[in-house]
Ligand binder design. Structure first.
Ligand code: ATP
Length: 240
C-alpha cells in the first residue's frame, strides 16, 4: 500500500499548502484525488515522488510510506527505484527526441534487460507509439504525447503509478481512450493514484476517491458513494 499520513507541506518555508493530508492507495486499486485548482493535488504528488525540493517545498509533518517503509526522505530517482512512477502535469515529453528515445530515457534507471521488455510492453499497450517510434515527440498530438508520457513512466515497471491530470486539454474521444488505457494498465497489476479535474472520468474507474479542498481532505469515500453525493454531483460533475 502507498500511504500518505497527516502530511503537512510548506513552500518557501512560509506558505502552508497541505494541512494534514491522509490518503491510501491499496495494491491493485485505482484511487482518485479530486479538487479545484490550487487545492494542493499536485503538491501531494510532489511530496510522494521526492520532487518538493525542486519547487522550494518541504514536508514539515507526517509521512509517506510504501508497503510500510518511509519514503519521504528519498530523492526522486530513489522513489522511482522503490516502485513509484509518475506522469507530471502537462505531459512533458522531450520534444526534440524521438518516441523511442523518450522511452529509453524513461528506462535509464531500470535494470539491464528491462529495456526490451519495457519497450515491448509500451508498444503493445500503445500501438500508435510503435508506428511512430522514430518520429520526434514534439510532432505527436496532445493525446499521443500523453500516451508517451505514461509509457515513459511505465518503462521502470512501477508498482504504483501517479497520474497528474492525464485528461487535461484532450478532446472527449481521447479522454475516453486514455481512460480505457488507465483501466488496462491497472488490470496488468499497476496500482494508480489518479489526480483529475475530470471527476466523472476519474470516478468511473476508481474504487475510492478523496476530495482535497484548501490543503485538507474533505471527503474520503468509495467512488460509487462520491458519484451519489449531492455536492460532488453539483460542484464536480455539473449535475443537480
Ligand atoms: P492545479 O490543478 O491548478 O495544478 P493543485 O490542486 O494541483 O492545482 P497545487 O499545484 O498543489 O494545487 O498548488 C497548491 C497551492 O500551492 C497553490 O496555492 C499554489 O499557488 C501553491 N504553490 C504551488 N507550487 C508552489 C511553489 N513552488 N511555491 C509557492 N507556492 C506554490
Amino acid at each position: 500500500m502507498l500511504a500518505v499520513e497527516n502530511l503537512e507541506v510548506v513552500y518557501e518555508d512560509v506558505v502552508l499548502v497541505l494541512k494534514g493530508v491522509t490518503l491510501e492507495v491499496p495494491r491493485g486499486q485505482v484511487v482518485a484525488l479530486l479538487g479545484a485548482n490550487g487545492a494542493g493535488k499536485t503538491t501531494v504528488l510532489r511530496a510522494i515522488t521526492g520532487l518538493l525540493g525542486v519547487h522550494r517545498g518541504s514536508i514539515t509533518k507526517g509521512s509517506v510510506r510504501l508497503d510500510g517503509a518511509a519514503i519521504d526522505h528519498l530523492d526522486a530517482p530513489r522513489v522511482v527505484a522503490a516502485g513509484v512512477g509518475q506522469v507530471m502535469e502537462g505531459r512533458r515529453v522531450f520534444a526534440e527526441f524521438t518516441v523511442e528515445e523518450n522511452l529509453r530515457i524513461g528506462a535509464h534507471t531500470a535494470p539491464g534487460g528491462a529495456l526490451r521488455a519495457g519497450l515491448d510492453r509500451v508498444f503493445t499497450l500503445f500501438p500508435v507509439l510503435a508506428d511512430r517510434r522514430i518520429q520526434l515527440a514534439g510532432y505527436l498530438s496532445g493525446g499521443e504525447q500523453q500516451m508517451l508520457a505514461i509509457g515513459r513512466a511505465l518503462m521502470t515497471e512501477p508498482a504504483y503509478l501517479l497520474l497528474d491530470e492525464p485528461s487535461l486539454g484532450l478532446a472527449p474521444l481521447m479522454v475516453q481512450r486514455i481512460r480505457d488505457l488507465i483501466v488496462e494498465i491497472n488490470q496488468q497489476g499497476t496500482s494508480i493514484l489518479l489526480v483529475e479535474q475530470n471527476a466523472a472520468m476519474a470516478l468511473s474507474i476508481a474504487t475510492h476517491g478523496y476530495v482535497l479542498e484548501n490543503g485538507k481532505i474533505v471527503m474520503d469515500k468509495p467512488a460509487a458513494a462520491l458519484l451519489d453525493d449531492e455536492d460532488i454531483r453539483e460542484f464536480y460533475l455539473g449535475l443537480r
